[in-house]
Design a protein around this ligand. Sequence first.
Ligand code: F0G
Length: 421
Amino acid sequence: MSFSTDRPASWQACIACGNETVDHDPATRCRQCGGLLEVRHRAPQLTRAELLEKFTERRGGPRGPGATSGVWRFRELVMPGAELLVSHPEGNTPLLHRTALDEYTGVAHLDLKHEGFNPTGSFKDRGMTVGVTQAVRIGARAVVCASTGNTAASLAAYAAQARLAALVLLPAGAVAAGKLGQALAYGARAFQVRGNFDDCLRLVEESSTRLGLYLLNSVNPYRIEGQKTIIFELLQQLGWDPPEWIVVPAGNLGNLAAFGKALRELREYGMIGRAPRLVGVQAAGAAPFAMGFADGFQQRHHVDPHTVASAIRIGNPASWDRAVAAIRETDGLVITVTDDEILDAKAAVDRSGIGCEPASAAAVAGVRQLAQAGRIRHDDRVVAVLTGHLLKDPGTPAHPAEEIEPTVSALERAIATASRD
Ligand code: F0G
């Protein structure tokens, strides 16, 4: 079908065949061809100046999720028809700068958009507030996702707020303890699947409709709408003056897809004149999208994924086609970093006092690699997105804590001994 006249506030369209469907259709793939869907909105009936005024007014506003959420502040571009919001609130994450990390990466000014400051500690909350709001709008009773951990924690929290049953499918033995603990604490039922993330995602895609569960992985286009606000918010923080580069870790490719769509819409609405170049950074052992980039995206690649960064241990990313568009439209790059580079970058981010989980450090490792290769020039303005909080996955500490007797002399002796790092 297609809407010719009287377009509603929002609808969904298949990015492969163009088939359109109403905004409350619960199917997360095109019913005609199985392609990925995207949400489309009627262009806001406001000028650029009026939109900017609204976004500025609401920022840090006094009451209600519409004002205090860094997602719903942009609701004209996210879900204009939303009424009952399931909002924590979320977003409003800081843009951080540390000279130590300029020095580490070799760029003159690196800003870090730290999405670990979201309520459950990762960027997933931005997509989940919209996804669970949509679940309530369409009358879903139970929600489900496959996850390497962060999506599960976020889904569990928002489902609890909306009083929906939540089920999460996780690769057995491969999820950081903090993330699994969060999902269980918020009340989700967790299933440890004997397989990897890709097996979990295949299983939920095959079973959700039959089991009456609303699927909230980022194949669901409403998740993408929420994740666009990482871009909206960081550009607002930069006075709508885009940097040259935005660098993000890439796993299932939901973020790259969302960033591409956000930049496309901002250009369409005249909010920015030029798009930054997007860079997706994959772990070398889980890099099917980087393989695709290397061959001009002639074919889809699958790998058996291995990396220390469990959040991005993904071999068959779902948002492939959307992310290809994002890279092509922004003259973007997709690169790989080794596990050693990831751990080295994580140590640098942690020692700067900021901290992040391993997958997030891939973005900083990517900036360093591109700066060393001269692809990012010293004076280019760069934003790297840190996707998750240090406490999600503290892993092996850089050096051990030292145990002492509770006496002044023991403390004095211990301090006098050379520190171990
Ligand atoms: N960084 C972190 C901390 C993540 O948790 C994820 C994905 C990514 C980066 C990659 O983002 O998939 O949009 O390319 N985590 C998902 C999960 C798979 O289940 O929590 P992407």
